[in-house]
Design a protein around this ligand. Structure first.
Ligand code: F6P
Length: 323
């Protein structure tokens, strides 16, 4: 490869900048020309390329968000949009594309590769951790810590007022953030889409807790939970336990921001490097991920179709330790 482009797309995640920095600097090291693309796939369509050198990515390793900006491009979902994007890549002589993002980003990259043969490589950047082929996605660790700190604060006030809190965390259809932040904050119950929950089980846990003298509780709920959303859960709980003083907190987009954790910076640096080296070695239509501390390449198709299993031990441990 001689000229590559790099973009960040979909929901941003802490560590995307660190990954961008690693891509640009690795390219620079191996004398590969590197262009940043603004606003995800929209930048490819709108010819919004920015030549990047080692200094273009100074002071960003510690910054949340993405300096390239991100978007979920509707136009790139159309054949016309992708044709425009490809024409712009050809005009500039781009022979490799690094796409940092989640499953939507990878779906776009895969189609683009299959339609035009342009070499693409993915780097998993999403707080949801819902990508197969990597133990962790970039931004997940930071988001987990943000959620944990927020829930710790909620615990302070919950304890002071003997309250029950239902806390919704992000994760789209996946429960990784909920399960791990719930375990780390001592939640009474953790409701995630990967397991079948019931109001009866939740109420049983409340009753058991009451018997042990527990006066306040936190229930962590994944946004993708199928049983009910946090407001409905609070409502139903109030009907069964009228004496409970119940509050709801939705953590929302604060989980996507903030300076990346050390683990995310290291992961992003390794995968950014791994992506460029992968392109140099002829890899394409794959994602660079981290498995057991090694960079591995997984076909994008598998990365988006398969799912990492939720750790059953964590579920059991959280139940045993909760009460
Ligand atoms: O994929 C990251 C994520 O933050 C999910 O956890 C959440 O469901 C979604 O993006 C929110 O998307 P938006 O920023 O478009 O509201």
């Amino acid at each position: 490869v001689k000229k590559i482009a790099v973009l960040t797309s979909g929901g941003d995640s802490p560590g995307m900048n660190a990954a961008l920095r690693a891509v640009v600097r690795t390219a620079n090291y191996y004398n590969i020309e590197c262009y940043g693309v603004r606003e995800g796939y929209n930048g490819l369509i709108n010819n919004d390329f920015l030549k990047m050198g080692a200094r273009s990515v100074k002071n960003i390793i510690n910054q949340g968000g993405t300096i390239l900006k991100s978007a979920r491009s509707a136009e790139f979902r159309t054949a016309e949009g992708r044709q425009k994007a490809y024409d712009n890549c050809v005009k500039l002589g781009i022979d490799g594309l690094v796409c940092i993002g989640g499953d939507g980003t990878f779906t776009g990259a895969k189609i683009f590769n299959e339609e035009f043969g342009i070499r693409v490589i993915g780097i998993p950047g999403t707080i949801d951790n819902d990508i197969f082929g990597t133990d962790n996605t970039i931004g997940y660790d930071t988001a987990l810590n943000t959620a944990m700190e927020a829930i710790d604060k909620i615990r302070d006030t919950a304890t002071s007022h003997n309250r029950v809190f239902f806390v919704e965390v992000m994760g789209r259809d996946a429960g990784f953030i909920a399960l791990n932040s719930g375990l780390a904050t001592g939640a009474l119950d953790i409701l995630i889409p990967e397991k079948k929950d019931s109001m009866d089980d939740l109420f049983t846990n409340f009753r058991k807790a009451e018997k042990t003298g527990k006066a306040s509780s936190i229930v962590v709920v994944a946004e993708g939970e199928k049983l009910a959303n946090v407001y409905e859960l609070a409502e139903k709980t109030k009907q069964t336990f009228p004496d409970y003083d119940i509050r709801v907190a939705v953590l929302g987009h604060m989980q996507r921001g903030g300076s990346p954790s050390c683990a995310d910076r290291v992961l992003a640096s390794r995968l950014g490097y791994g992506a460029v080296v992968g392109l140099m070695e002829g890899q394409s239509n794959v994602m660079a991920g981290m498995r057991s501390n090694d960079v591995v390449y997984t076909p994008i198709e598998e990365a988006i179709k398969k799912h990492n299993e939720i750790n059953k031990d964590l579920m059991l441990i959280s139940e045993i330790l909760a009460i």
